[in-house]
Ligand binder design. Structure first.
Ligand SMILES: Cc1ncc(COP(=O)(O)O)c(C=O)c1O
Length: 400
């Protein structure tokens, strides 16, 4: 190595806005769980936010066929036309909505969709309202573009979701809009259609923008899923092949954007990504054939079966779950009534549960500031048999 002049410590400092971005606290649990597993323990992971199912055979075959056919060049920045048509067809079939292909932007997962939405809409100093608790990355997407996330504590009485009253109460001259996810991570609760409609109307009345993350929409258990697009064509909705279609690592999602913003999103997508994965796009076309759709529906019912077992079982153990989570694969449980000494703080509780039972669950800390020490998140993206085993271990742990 040739001698290089020494860089001053300041030269390698991260940009100031990066300081607002926190690492995931859940990684502490994930690391400790991995260590236990390496030591030969039978760890039951209820910590991760990804389905235990994978892409269907048809989807995998379509990916291989695309590779073999050499269909691997860049695509249009907004995505393959046939895939955008298939997504439009999905809105027509599920909601009776006509969404023109032009408004559909295929992205590298919901993550890239959220990034593009914030790049397009969040300016320096803009306040974005979001419920607390919520998906941790949302605050970081906003602050990465110089915006200010404003967290609205949202309890079970409002299904842990932002509502029209929050919009009215917290709107300031700096507010640009809202960012919500329905169903939500970490609570698994969706907004009711009325709550969604009223919240969107409150934002619209103030001339704001709404970014509505519908990534868990397909995983709805108690009522047909709804979409913000039924109420307002000027919202940006975010969706993904990661959760309902079980394709987390394929990195594919989509946005539906207002017509007037298509060219803005197009130039951002061109510059930031060139295009989403071509192979994943060819594969995703097979998500919409009848055989794949039947498999996804069976898997949705399997998630519901797990939810129907887990929530009453946790309530019986003393966890407080005031509102039935009706979507995604999460249960956000209040531990404050548990008698166990570690239950005074959710981070300590999760570590104690992991150490003594080898069940990995995550503390509330990542999801916001509204009593995170009282809450833990269970993910039921693991088989019913393993969930039953986890509940048995928790029962022993909590029994004095
Ligand atoms: C609410 C929410 N939005 C977005 C994402 C990111 O998903 P993707 O894999 O599509 O980037 C996640 C992942 O857990 C999520 O929970």
């Amino acid at each position: 190595m040739p001698d290089q002049p020494a860089l001053s410590p300041a030269a390698l400092q991260a940009a100031a806005r990066v300081h607002a971005i926190e690492p995931f606290h859940v990684m502490e649990v994930v690391k400790a769980a991995a260590e236990l597993a390496r030591g030969g323990h039978d760890v039951i992971s209820m910590s991760v936010g990804e389905p235990d199912f994978t892409a269907t055979g048809k989807v995998a075959d379509a990916a291989v066929a695309a590779i073999r056919a050499g269909a691997t060049q860049y695509t249009d920045a907004l995505g393959l036309g046939p895939l955008r048509d298939a997504i439009a067809g999905h809105y027509a079939a599920t909601y009776g909505l006509t969404i023109p292909r032009e408004r559909i932007v295929v992205t590298a997962g919901a993550s890239a969709g959220l990034l593009l939405a914030c790049a397009a809409l969040v300016g320096e100093g803009d306040e974005i309202l979001m419920p607390d608790p919520c998906y941790p990355c949302n605050r970081h997407f906003v602050s990465a573009f110089g915006g200010v996330p404003v967290l609205a504590p949202a309890g079970p009485e409002q299904r842990y979701q932002l509502d029209a009253d929050d919009v009215e109460r917290l709107w300031s001259e700096h507010t640009r809009g809202v960012m919500v996810a329905s169903p939500s991570n970490p609570t698994g609760t969706a907004m009711t259609s009325t709550q969604l409609e009223q919240m969107l109307a409150a934002v619209r009345a103030r001339g704001g923008v709404a970014i509505v993350d519908e990534i868990y929409q397909g995983l709805s258990f108690d009522a047909p899923p709804d979409t913000a697009l039924r109420f307002d064509q000027d919202v940006v909705t975010v969706n993904s092949f990661s959760k309902y279609f079980n394709m987390t690592g394929w990195r594919l999602g989509w946005l539906v954007v207002p017509e007037s913003l298509v060219s803005t999103f197009e130039k951002l997508a061109q510059n930031l990504f060139i295009c989403p994965s071509t192979i994943a796009q060819h594969a995703a076309l097979a998500c919409f054939d009848t055989e794949s759709l039947a498999i996804y529906e069976a898997r949705r019912l399997e998630f519901k079966r797990r939810r129907d077992y887990l929530v009453p079982a946790l309530r019986e153990l003393g966890f407080i779950i005031p509102v039935m989570p009706d979507g995604a694969f999460y249960v956000y449980a209040d531990i404050s009534q548990l008698k166990h000494p570690a239950a005074r703080d959710s981070a300590a509780f999760c570590m104690a549960v992991l150490r003594d039972t080898a069940v990995a669950i995550v503390p509330g800390a990542d999801f916001g500031h509204a009593a995170p020490e009282k809450h833990v998140r269970f993910s039921y993206a693991t088989s019913l048999h393993r969930i039953e085993e986890a509940v048995g271990r928790l029962r022993k742990f909590l029994t004095p």
